[in-house]
Design a protein around this ligand. Sequence first.
Ligand code: AMP
Length: 265
Amino acid sequence: MSNSLYSLRMRAERDGGHCSGAERLAAAGELAGLAAALVARALACSGGPPDAVHCTIDRVTGTVPCWPLPAVRTLVVSDWLVGRDCAQTLLQRAGVAPRAAATVLELLAAGPAPGGRVMRGALIVDAASGERLELDPARGVRVSRMDLAPAARAGILAALAATGLGHPRVAEALVLAGKVLHAPGLIAELCWSDDPEYLAGYVADPRGGYQRITRLKAAGDRRGGRALFVCRTGWDRDAFYAYLERQAVLFDVPGPIAPPQPWRP
Ligand code: AMP
């Protein structure tokens, strides 16, 4: 892929905590419009205007691989409690120890950053012991430098919308999960949003793909987060951070998208 891409990253904070963020890859000519759209998004984030919005733009160097997106499944649950049981089961199926999965579900529910706040990035967790491995427990690891390939963007968004997955958060989370699933040592990812009105979340793993769970939290809850479970054997934390934060990746083909199905444990 061309080397004239730029990474555009936005993050906003309020009361010393994270409130909005976005990651894009774009050609120089797109940057001004995209940056304006991301600033508008930060200013509209739920809970009131942010105290600070940070936008960073860097030219991408090196080769940018183009990969297919993961397969998508939607599991319909009656409420968030059933959703969390579903997440626990999917994490165990992926190879996360039951206690590690339960501990992380509790952590995200309580607010995983110091003081029960929302983190800016993701927790890194030993899938066997549940031990947290990120260098900074308020920041975590920020997955960045990933996007849909420009020429494939409209087609992929249309394919998602045609199956009821047209919410922009789905495409963004799918791209993020697509990058995470290639991280060295990755066993599974768990996520639900800190947006009090967006109640869906997902578990992603290399075999199951992106498994969306229709409810993972109660309406109005401002807590959310992301956890990346890893196999510690032979795991290299520096390589893990470097891949997630520095390696640019594009996605140019949608994976298979299954129709929604009720969750049956
Ligand atoms: P969101 O789905 O954007 O509401 O994000 C949910 C949670 O995931 C946030 O509270 C952050 O803790 C974390 N998060 C958001 N964006 C990223 C990212 N690019 N990399 C790692 N973690 C993220």
